[in-house]
Design a protein around this ligand. Sequence first.
Ligand SMILES: [Fe+2]
Length: 283
Amino acid sequence: MISHDSRNPRPDQPDRVRILQFTDTHLLAREDGRLLGMNTLQSFQSVLELAQKHPWIPDVVLATGDLTQDHTPTAYGRVREQFQTFSQNVGKSDLQVYWLAGNHDDMSVMLEHLPGGPMQSFHSFQCGNWNVILLDTSIPGQVEGKLEPAELARLDETLAAFPHHHALVCTHHNPLPTHNEWMGEIGLLNATDYFSVLDRHPQVRISLCGHVHQEFRQVRKDVTFISSPSTCFQFKPHTIKFAIDEIGPGYRWFELMDDGTFATGVLRAEFKNWDYKPSPGGY
Ligand SMILES: [Fe+2]
């Protein structure tokens, strides 16, 4: 691991885009608030501390939903503060964090209280030879997700506008069933509509999601579908019913090459300060 001070504060590899993804932070209004017995702010901070030691500084950061659990202005302020501190600690004051909404978020509260500092609200951006598109799959009051016709049209138009850029498309909900049967029922309900748009644009390389609190990777028609660990608790894979995994919280990194290939991986923090308390109503 390269030490903090020896790193170049600017990207030194112009042939690639470097991204860190943080997802499902589930922060609460109360600083000492806990979810299933976990202080989600402390676990997020442990993941950010690990990411601060990453061998390179990201060009951009993605935050793929469920940023808060209680969708309060205070909790969204905490999300912004944490990323602000992260940008200062890595010495990149112009770091931009692109975000989308999850099922535990409230888009109207997000739009009002999240932007500022590093938090962007752009729906898509181009970086290097890549086009990154963030979609809203949230349905107010529902756990499962859906892409409304306007979002599908925006995806189609944004891909058509940059046919020579490789594309990374981000959703909160999982388009493919993951390792858990029960997760399929609360994933992206109209995944076939999503696939029909992707299938029209051969430059799509990656479909990235949060929501499932675990690592997952599967290729469908040359598109790699990827999910990532939460920055709080993890869901145990290969279970019929909801179950918590004891594996640590984490983040994902990407290096997106100009030729459309990419490298990615997950790093996990050692977060032991957790007294797990099951909740009969889920989480
Ligand atoms: Fe979540």
